[in-house]
Design a protein around this ligand. Structure first.
Ligand SMILES: NC(=O)c1ccc[n+]([C@@H]2O[C@H](COP(=O)([O-])OP(=O)(O)OC[C@H]3O[C@@H](n4cnc5c(N)ncnc54)[C@H](O)[C@@H]3O)[C@@H](O)[C@H]2O)c1
Length: 422
């Protein structure tokens, strides 16, 4: 295993997304020589113990390990909400920080990471307010640091194909569409109970943003207004949450996208979740259409034991997002657009560092800014500069859902902002 090159990686957050995507992707990049030391910092030692003990991770990445913060000897329930600050202070400058904590903590942690001169990859949504995204963009640009947002659906081949054909005019102009993402019921029993509450977030903000971002990614059209309504219920621990949400997003050309989201896909069902996108477009005396059936990608497994999603045996298995598969090396490798997205972000940070390593700081800083501006312009990897429509959408959605669907306008001049419609 090559370890001499690459950047050190600090993952902040040790929950579901770290286990299911981030850590395996980082481990694979480590054995490719692009990552050196890996540290995972969580609120308490319990999730870190679960990551260490994961039979799947041990089997896929034999001999690979991470430094846990707090130490595993700490009582599982003892909380360390500020330990990430020490972890950041200990990291050499211009390494990689991956932020994988609940949405409402992203802003503070990203800002602190940038103040410690670190590149940042943040799980979506970057932050919950446009002003915060703008501040992060400025702070990162001033210091020549890269901030990427892990909107992995942008790396799904079907989205990349749609973006190319749309740009070439093969579909016409987006007019009317619908998207849905219903996550599994069993999420209600997870740590979500502690943070996915009505006052903090909702299913539209949590997963609806993926498809709003995707329509923007495919068409380049910016959202201009939205209305989101929710359906409330209680988690097993009694906390109240929006368990379902339905939104309508109007784009700047007048097109409408209906988005339905929830935490309620039956654990007994085969799809692991329900998701897809349908877009109708207006052409010259003809209509175009884009349809992505994202929950059933044509592969079915029926296992002997209950090893499928939510302990099921029969599953529609997606080979596209993230799977561990045999490769030419030891263990298994992660494959899919989830891995591609993490890899693209970390490789961008590596490239920025490699291409400026030999330059004096006076020349390195403008060169770093130029490289970052190229990624912003290209618009493939989501960055604060090229994906801030998502913060506007999230901010508007939160205003709308607490008023049960009142329309909120999104404008871009003289500066981007959201305004409840009177
Ligand atoms: N499809 C996707 O892109 C996708 C999927 C799942 C989650 N996410 C995002 O990932 C983030 C985390 O989601 P999750 O499902 O992993 O949640 P989770 O509840 O399973 O895990 C959250 C983790 O954050 C840690 N944490 C909280 N506060 C911390 C602090 N102060 N310092 C260090 N660690 C802290 C907790 O210990 C826990 O390990 C959310 O922003 C969510 O929106 C994205």
């Amino acid at each position: 295993m090559k370890r001499e090159n690459g950047l050190d990686v600090l993952i902040i957050g040790g929950g579901m997304i770290t286990q299911d995507l981030i850590l395996p992707s980082v481990y694979h990049l480590q054995r490719l020589g692009r990552v050196r030391k890996v540290t995972v910092c969580a609120l308490n030692s319990a999730p870190l113990r679960a990551l260490k003990d994961s039979a799947e991770l041990k089997q896929a990445f034999p001999g690979q390990d991470f430094d846990p913060l707090p130490a595993l000897t700490q009582p599982p329930a003892k909380m360390f909400p500020d330990l990430y600050r020490q972890a950041l202070a200990r990291l050499a400058p211009r390494q990689v920080v991956i932020v994988a904590v609940p949405d409402q903590f992203h802003y503070e942690i990203i800002k602190t990471a940038l103040q410690h001169h670190q590149h940042v990859l943040c799980v979506k949504p970057l932050v919950l307010k446009y002003d915060h995204a703008h501040e992060i963009e400025q702070l990162a640009r001033d210091r020549g640091l890269f901030v990427g947002v892990e909107y992995h659906k942008r790396f799904d081949r079907r989205a990349l194909m749609a973006r190319r054909h749309y740009a070439l005019g093969h579909f016409g102009q987006f007019a009317m569409g619908e998207a849905r993402m219903i996550e599994p019921y069993y999420y209600r029993h997870s740590n979500f109970q502690n943070w996915f509450t009505c006052d903090q977030t909702d299913p539209f903000v949590y997963v609806g943003c993926h498809y709003v971002d995707l329509v923007y990614f495919i068409t380049g059209l910016r959202p201009a207004a939205l209305s989101v309504s929710g359906f409330k219920g209680r988690f097993p621990n009694g906390k109240q949450a929006f368990l379902w949400a339905n939104g309508r997003v109007r784009f700047e050309n007048g097109a409408l996208l209906t988005v339905t989201d929830g935490l309620g896909y039956p654990d007994a069902a085969a799809g692991s979740n329900d998701q897809g996108l349908l877009m109708y477009c207006e052409g010259n005396d003809a209509c175009g259409m884009i349809e992505h059936i994202d929950d059933d990608r044509g592969v079915r497994h029926s296992y002997l034991d209950n090893i499928g999603c939510a302990g099921s045996k029969y599953n529609y298995v997606s080979p596209d997002f993230y799977r561990l598969v045999p490769w030419e090396g030891p263990g298994f490798k992660p494959t899919g657009y989830g891995y591609d997205s993490v890899a693209a972000n970390l490789e961008t940070m590596s490239r920025i560092e490699t291409q400026t390593a030999a330059l004096p700081e006076k020349r390195a800083l403008p060169r770093r800014r130029t490289l970052i501006a190229e990624v912003d312009r290209q618009g493939l990897i989501a960055t604060p500069a090229n994906s801030f429509i998502n913060e506007l959408v999230v901010e508007a959605a939160r205003l709308s859902i607490v008023t049960d669907g009142a329309w909120v306008d999104i404008s871009y001049t003289p500066r981007p902002r959201v305004t409840p419609r009177s």
